[in-house]
Ligand binder design. Structure first.
Ligand SMILES: *[C@@H]1O[C@H](CO)[C@@H](O)[C@H](O)[C@H]1NC(C)=O
Ligand SMILES: *[C@@H]1O[C@H](CO)[C@@H](O)[C@H](O)[C@H]1NC(C)=O
Ligand SMILES: *[C@@H]1O[C@H](CO)[C@@H](O)[C@H](O)[C@H]1NC(C)=O
Ligand SMILES: *[C@@H]1O[C@H](CO)[C@@H](O)[C@H](O)[C@H]1NC(C)=O
Length: 219
């Protein structure tokens, strides 16, 4: 009798461990670089007054996760504005946006030249991109898109550094000329904290399963 009951307990434990192992070995997708608009790049056609392609349709073909990059092939006729604030996106206007949720990428000093900007995805959830060039007209004519960023495998170490010592902005810094490497202290803290949470979450789940399994064995 006792032996049969023990066998049953062992079977349950084995099942739990198998389920835990299966859950923890589900491989998230690898980090991906998404070339915005594919071969069309990130361009607005001033002749037809339309975006080079339908960026919303393009975005629908992609799956976005933390640690991925959006690769913008563009020139100084367009801007690249990233925001987590849907109102900023819908208004096509970042003038009143918060520094903590809206970021301007690009190289506005390279007039007439083509260049590439790599924008890392560092926050889970709704994220919006638009070009506010020509006083918002490009955005109003459809030069923008929305994505949802998933957890994937979390931020890689390269985007997950502890914040460096405080850095003083140069006095003449114009927000429209801020290069992508100059991230605010707030953003750097976010990189650090989100990585910490992810690791703790995984360890906690495994720990609970081990305790549960031992409890069943001893019962
Ligand atoms: C993706 O883009 C980033 C930023 O430019 C680069 O460091 C990385 O090597 C690229 N990864 C791949 C797989 O191309
Ligand atoms: C979003 O942006 C709008 C306009 O800039 C601002 O009024 C609003 O407070 C922002 N919302 C959040 C949640 O920050
Ligand atoms: C930028 O736009 C202007 C005005 O529409 C156009 O003449 C110029 O050729 C464009 N520059 C590039 C590099 O596409
Ligand atoms: C953007 O918003 C600011 C502040 O509300 C406003 O002064 C400006 O005219 C707006 N720009 C455009 C192009 O609508």
């Amino acid at each position: 009798m006792a032996a049969a009951a023990d066998m049953a307990k062992l079977a349950v434990v084995a099942l739990l461990i198998t389920a835990a192992a299966a859950a923890d070995t589900t491989t998230p997708p690898p980090y991906t670089n998404h070339t915005v608009g594919g071969d069309n790049g990130w361009f607005f056609n001033p002749t037809t007054n339309t975006p080079a392609t339908d960026y919303t349709k393009w975005a629908a073909t992609q799956t976005f996760n933390l640690g991925d990059y959006l690769i913008f092939n563009t020139n100084s006729n367009q801007t690249i504005i990233e925001t987590y604030n849907q109102t900023t996106y819908k208004n096509c206007n970042s003038t009143d946006a918060l520094d903590s949720d809206t970021f301007i990428y690009g190289e506005s000093n390279r007039i007439g030249e083509s260049f590439t900007v790599a924008v890392p995805l560092v926050k889970v959830g709704n994220t919006y991109y638009f070009s506010d060039a020509e006083n918002g007209v490009q955005c109003q004519k459809g030069m923008g898109f929305a994505i949802v960023v998933g957890q994937g495998r979390g931020l890689p170490p390269s985007l997950n550094q502890p914040p460096p010592p405080p850095y003083a902005e140069p006095p003449v810094a114009d927000s429209s000329q801020t290069p992508p490497s100059t991230v605010s202290t707030g953003q750097q803290e976010r990189f650090y904290n989100s990585g910490f949470r992810i690791r703790n979450g995984a360890n906690l789940r495994i720990g609970l399963l081990v305790i549960l399994s031992f409890g069943l064995l001893l019962a």
